[in-house]
Ligand binder design. Sequence first.
Ligand SMILES: *Cc1c(COP(=O)(O)O)cnc(C)c1O
Length: 369
Amino acid sequence: MPVPLLDLKRQYAPLREEIREVLDRVCDSQRFILGPEVEAFEREAARALGVTHAVGVSSGTDALLVSMMALGIGPGDEVILPVFTFFATAGAVARLGATPVFADIDARDFCLDASAVEAQMSARTRAVVPVHLFGQAADMGALGDVTGEVPVIEDCAQAWGAAYNGSGAGGIGTTGAFSFFPSKNLGGFGDGGLVTTNDAGLAERLRQLRMHGQSGVYEHETVGGNFRLDAIQAAVLRVKLPHVNGWIERRRANAARYGRLFAEAGLTEIVGLPEVVEGRGHTFNQYVVRVPKRDELRAFLAGHGIGAAVYYPLPLHLQPCFASLGGHKGDFPIAEAASREVLALPVFPELTPAEQEEVVGRIAEFYRG
Ligand SMILES: *Cc1c(COP(=O)(O)O)cnc(C)c1O
């Protein structure tokens, strides 16, 4: 039985009528940029996330970029971030002419290690960017102890609905950057993003920056960009928003079922299951195991029509575009080991128990023959 890594059609089917109605509403209004749909979504998103301000932007990447612009980050500044994350976390820093400073991760949760951050802090550190990787919140308490007054930008792209000791992701740091890329826990019909903050002044700056830094009508105090969220995306996201907590619960239930199935199959000595750390609200945007012979297993699963993916095969210090930063193999051993061992398995909310049994059965077949 083939099992896709992600099947968005199953999420769309029950929402089809409602979504087509709101798309009609936007078409009839002929208002496509910001406007009432975006404003309503921002209010609803802020309430859902427990933050005072939410600013809709064009992507998760731009949510990171505009957060850094609002904090005045530029040439000569250093921004500390995990070496094991999606490229955009570092790309945003580099695009502003600032220097990405990499730190290793914690082997347990794949998130930024606070002691590694402490070792990288300098007089030029202007921000620290913890990434709540795979949907589990980073250790924000330990990180807060080492960052002190330095602003913290939470990369929440994979972590809608995650929490650290009950505080929602995106409301803990200075800003939170969310993505509505279709595969995220809350996904749009294209690119979209959101910046959250509890700082009213910062929210105002973010709103100006997403609109070319415009402070009055065709008056520009600063240089911003076009980082706006489309009304069509906001309208779709408003339909999905009331369902997202239920979808996260199903992801958690699927993760728990994998745990039982791998244990029943006697595979837990071979397959390293994801650690659900107490108080981190794991939302399982990805269900990531650690396995030996990872690439062979992935090819074997693909041969049986089972989708699996590697997030991420190359840590950032080894990316060609960052060669000038002087990174070498061996600099970040925990991230490098992760990049060799990780494999994301299907965990989307509509996945069936039979499909999960198929995934675990094929993995058992691979290791046992
Ligand atoms: C998806 C993602 C982003 C970028 O979001 P886009 O909306 O695709 O620009 C940034 N950081 C992480 C960790 C992500 O997973």
